[in-house]
Design a protein around this ligand. Structure first.
Ligand code: EPU
Length: 418
């Protein structure tokens, strides 16, 4: 078990490059299941979750090659299985993304039903209802979803809420279905748009990705693709908060500020100077931080994946901030750890009231999920003294070389074996 040690109190300065987006790379690797030739991805981050999906694809008979330099080749020409076992799904819920593509390509799939997760119950009922609407038969037995269909057929799918991986799963399934599918309200996240672009490059006929309604005209065959994964907007946002919370000055490169509208607006409201270029964000924080009110929402709203990071930033603002989490029912677990570092935060239901202006002091804290771990690292950067964050494996699922990147910006941070 590894842990991260941080000596806080040093302002970050310099340039940092953002890696490819985990949540875009995962569905793109899975999309290779829809065709029988070599698909190549560039800008794939070296992360735990990417290795997990690679391992799952390999178990299905797919050839996954790490070509180095962030390039990965995925070839499902010899696809021989249709099962995603419990051992993998329990370590990464996004494994459920194989469900739609496997039914579309092989006529069936057996995927372990994901259990609850640290941040919420996270059911997948909308993935299943959508697949049923596309004509799949679905049976749940022994903890596994068994779905099958001779050929999926297009349908009008009305989702209860705009689920991100649900939209991706159904878009991939519908790409090879007979006839027209309509998904509404579809998730509008940049990762969904990125997947739609790739599917279209493969020969799919998808319109409306990025809007509330996605229309898919099914085709009989899809071809291999090459694509560069979009930059990770949450990693970029996390570095922006790192710059702000240490009163530093950082230029974030290789990013897409146009994917970060809600985050940039909130940071500016809080008094952080943010200058956005086409692929860069210059972030500077000189004056005092102002408190903000923020409510998480599906894209283009403020992302739930940035909520923990904004919460820690607000502990340093002069006044009371109100942070409302609306996407996941248990995503304020970092609060208890932040309190151990001196933060004054009250929680009622899904609302955190942050009484800012309390200095943070280094402590031993424990990460509970990916974004909560990032928030604890940020707290450690701002705190006086030494912070030790345990359960670093959460962080390694979603942040590529984070301690190296932060150290290059002047942070005193290193990894230790516990
Ligand atoms: N939901 C349902 N039924 C469903 C699907 C979702 O009730 O069938 C609910 C969920 O329980 C949640 C809400 O809908 O309350 C939104 O969940 P969504 O399905 O959109 O989340 P996801 O697709 O499982 C992706 C990201 C998450 C990110 C969320 C929200 C990937 C691989 N994961 O999850 O990323 O928080 O969208 O933006 O794309 C992370 O990277 O740390 C992370 C958790």
């Amino acid at each position: 078990m590894q842990r991260m040690v941080i000596e806080g109190g040093y302002p970050l300065r310099g340039q940092v490059a953002v890696s490819g987006a985990k949540n875009a790379a995962l569905p793109l690797m899975v999309a290779a299941l829809l065709t029988d030739g070599p698909c190549e991805l560039a800008n794939v981050p070296a992360l735990g979750d990417i290795r997990t999906i690679g391992g799952l694809l390999q178990q299905l008979g797919v050839r996954v090659e790490d070509l180095g330099g962030g390039k990965v080749r995925v070839n499902a020409a010899r696809l021989s299985g249709y099962e995603a076992p419990y051992e993998l799904v329990k370590t990464m819920r996004a494994s459920v993304l194989v469900l739609g593509p496997l039914v579309a390509r092989c006529g069936q799939a057996r995927v372990s039903l994901p259990g609850g997760c640290a941040i919420g119950a996270r059911p997948i009922d909308q993935h299943l209802a959508g697949l049923q609407a596309l004509g799949a038969e679905i049976k749940l037995e022994h903890g596994y979803i068994h779905a099958w269909a001779r050929r999926l057929r297009g349908a009008d799918i009305r989702l209860r809420l705009p689920t991100v991986t649900g939209t991706e799963n159904l878009m991939m399934a519908a790409a090879l279905a007979a006839g027209r599918t309509r998904i509404t309200p579809a998730a509008r996240e940049p990762e969904v748009v990125c997947l739609a672009e790739v599917l279209n490059r493969m020969g799919a006929r998808i319109r409306g990705a990025g809007s509330e309604t996605i229309e898919i005209e099914g085709v009989a065959h899809l071809s291999p693709f090459q694509h560069t994964v979009i930059p990770d907007r949450i990693e970029a946002g996390t570095f922006a908060v790192a710059a702000a919370i240490t009163a530093g000055e950082v230029t974030i490169t290789h990013c897409r500020p146009d994917h970060l509208g809600a985050v940039i607006r909130k940071l500016r409201q809080a008094g952080v100077e943010v200058e956005a270029g086409p692929t860069t964000l210059a972030v500077r924080c000189k004056g005092p931080l102002r408190p903000v009110r923020v409510t998480t929402a599906p894209y283009p709203g403020f992302p739930t994946d940035m909520q923990a990071q904004l919460t820690v930033l607000m502990t340093q603002a002069e006044g009371i901030s109100v942070i409302r989490e609306t996407i996941f029912e248990n995503r304020l677990m970092h609060v208890a750890e932040l309190r151990r570092m001196g933060a004054h935060i009250a929680v009622r239901g899904q609302v955190a009231t942050v009484y800012g202006g309390t200095p943070l002091s280094g402590a031993e804290v424990m990460a509970t999920d990916l974004r909560a771990s990032a928030c604890l690292i940020l707290a450690g950067l701002a705190a006086q003294g030494r912070t030790v964050v345990s359960r670093v494996y959460h962080l390694d699922r979603g942040y590529e070389a984070i301690e190296e990147k932060l150290a290059l910006l002047g942070a005193r941070i290193w990894r230790e074996r516990a």
